[in-house]
Write a protein that binds this ligand. Structure first.
Ligand SMILES: C[S@@+](CC[C@H](N)C(=O)[O-])C[C@H]1O[C@@H](n2cnc3c(N)ncnc32)[C@H](O)[C@@H]1O
Length: 199
């Protein structure tokens, strides 16, 4: 199956964070991006955005799209006023619904190593993303805004390890098309880590 992950600059903040990057090309047209995700070339896809922009981006997505939360465990700096953002939404259209069910939220610290690119993803997020999408070894992942390239590298590594450890073909427990009920049997995979780029 073919999957895509889109991790564009937050709407309205492209220049602020990325104007010095080679890949910087101004604001991303999110309507065009979502249109390319739903045009049939992918079996599943995910799109990260900001909590602030979610109200604008989600209506562009199909009704079956789910919102998962990546929560960063750091506290709000005492000098701030009112609500302080500590989470990032990722809109997910799974390619498969696999048993056991998965949590639709991750608590994980932002990446600490791997360079200095703002918004680069930690490995815990990558693993969560692949699970949320229902990916299996052999699936193809197109990382549309690669930045450091960590997401693509993580998939290459995790999928090859999983393929090595895999049960014989045909014994996997893959359930397609269970709809929302499949996600209700959430299993706590015990993954707990800590905070990321705020808005
Ligand atoms: C949130 S970062 C991606 C981080 C990546 N997922 C990682 O974990 O390293 C967004 C990336 O998109 C690039 N970018 C900025 N403006 C862009 C544009 N208009 N079109 C495509 N890419 C752009 C940025 O330079 C940056 O590398």
């Amino acid at each position: 199956m073919r999957f895509a992950y889109a991790d564009p600059p937050y709407p309205g903040l492209s220049a602020k964070y990325y104007r010095h990057e080679d890949s910087y090309a101004g604001e991303v047209d999110h309507a065009a991006l979502v249109a390319s995700l739903v045009d049939g070339r992918y079996d599943g896809w995910a799109l990260s955005t900001s909590a602030r922009a979610l109200r604008d981006v989600l209506p562009m997505c199909p009704p079956g799209a789910r919102v998962c939360a990546w929560v960063k465990p750091g506290g709000a700096p005492p000098a701030t006023y009112g609500l302080h953002n500590v989470w990032e939404p990722v809109i997910v259209v799974p390619g498969r619904w696999r048993r056991p069910g998965k949590r639709d939220a991750l608590v994980a610290h932002p990446a600490r190593g791997g360079g200095s690119l703002p918004g680069r993803k930690p490995l815990a997020f990558c693993a969560f993303l692949f699970d949320a999408l229902g990916m299996l070894p052999g699936d193809e992942l197109e990382d549309l805004f690669p930045g450091t390239g960590i997401v693509g590298r993580a998939w290459a590594e995790l999928s090859s390890v999983a393929a090595r450890d895999a049960s014989p073909p045909g014994t996997g427990d893959v359930v397609e098309d269970l709809g929302d009920d499949a996600s209700l049997a959430a299993a706590d995979d015990g993954r707990r880590c800590g905070d990321a780029m705020g808005e």
